[in-house]
Design a protein around this ligand. Structure first.
Ligand SMILES: Nc1nc2c([nH]c(=O)n2[C@H]2C[C@H](O)[C@@H](COP(=O)(O)OP(=O)(O)OP(=O)(O)O)O2)c(=O)[nH]1
Ligand SMILES: [Mg+2]
Length: 134
């Protein structure tokens, strides 16, 4: 089974809400809500990948020094095995926008359950909620 390395970030605002982005039409798992991120390219660190993806997908600038390891997903999909480190980040420059036509939302811990997410994400939600409450 091919191992696919994806980096993702929990962007947490001052209201203790976390940013979710809807996977666009045409991508796998379209319509499910995810933590921003993407596949780590061969020449990148996970942190570099998130700086790039947050720029491309959301139009915000993040500093790798503000990324703190939070949790990870390890999940067997039908055609690959996902390994996804997830970082917490509470500081960024700019206002997040869905630059790839995706819907985005800042979501309170109590409302996370009402956003359908990829199956890999479910086991991480306890750690994410705990981080949001800090
Ligand atoms: N970003 C992100 N991806 C997730 C999450 N949960 C989850 O199963 N995934 C899976 C979905 C995809 O199979 C993979 C991410 O791949 P992607 O297609 O979004 O990668 P990318 O942003 O680099 O996009 P692309 O250039 O390959 O189109 O990880 C999550 O919370 N965030
Ligand atoms: Mg992506």
């Amino acid at each position: 089974m091919t191992l696919v390395l994806v980096a993702a970030v929990a962007l947490i605002n001052e209201q203790r809400e976390v940013l979710l982005a809807e996977r666009p039409e045409g991508k796998s798992m379209a319509g499910l809500w995810e933590f921003p991120g993407g596949k780590v390219e061969p020449d990148e660190s996970p942190e570099d990948c998130l700086v790039r993806e947050c720029g491309e997908e959301l139009g915000i600038r993040i500093d790798p020094a503000d990324l703190r390891p939070l949790t990870f997903a390890s999940h067997a999909y039908d055609d690959f095995h996902l390994l996804m480190p997830v970082f917490a980040c509470r500081r960024w420059a700019g206002t997040p926008a869905g630059l790839e036509e995706q819907r985005i939302a800042f979501v309170a811990a109590d409302d996370l359950a009402s956003f359908p997410m990829p199956p890999a994400d479910a086991p991480m939600l306890g750690a994410i909620r705990a981080e949001m409450a800090r």
